[in-house]
Write a protein that binds this ligand. Structure first.
Ligand SMILES: [Zn+2]
Length: 163
């Protein structure tokens, strides 16, 4: 499976989230072509704030008790740049690669981490996953840009929660 084919599966899952009135954000963790864990956001259904797609998929991965060495071969795909919490969970889970589609307008941490990691973590045993962005960007933009996600961003801005 190509990187684009994997991201297409993520976008399909994000569309299913939107059909359930959730934010259209999804995550799939692959080991080669095998799906190891997957999830989408569920803030509405769960009425909770920390149920991000990536964190939920990483929690599912964590329950499988796979060794760190094997997790380094895994790739996390998500259609929106991970936030600091989810990127931190990726690091703590020893996932080898993180691929995302769109830069997050408010809480994205990947660009910051790539820029800052070596300044602060020289002696750490944790590694920043290899990060690539922009995969199927226009498809993700069409999904997120034309969805309730925009309303969500406007609402957080009006509350002074977004920059
Ligand atoms: Zn997150």
């Amino acid at each position: 499976m190509t990187v684009h084919e994997k991201m297409k599966l993520v976008i399909d899952l994000a569309e299913r989230a939107l059909e359930k009135n959730e934010l259209p954000i999804a995550c799939i963790i692959f080991h080669n072509d095998t799906i190891v864990a997957q999830s989408h956001t569920s803030e509405s259904e769960d009425d909770r704030l920390l149920v991000h797609a990536e964190l939920k998929a990483l929690m599912e991965l964590d329950q499988k008790k796979i060794k760190a060495k094997e997790k380094r071969q895994m790739e996390l795909f998500t259609n929106l740049e991970p936030c600091m919490m989810c990127l931190g969970a990726s690091i703590a889970s020893f996932v080898g690669k993180v691929y995302y589609s769109l830069d997050a307008p408010s809480d994205g941490a990947a660009k910051w981490a790539v820029k800052s990691w070596n300044d602060y973590h020289v002696t750490s045993s944790f590694c920043l996953p290899e990060i690539k962005s922009g995969i199927l960007k226009s498809e993700s933009k069409a999904l997120i840009g034309g969805s309730i996600f925009r309303e969500f961003l406007n609402a957080t801005r009006s509350l002074g929660l977004a920059v």
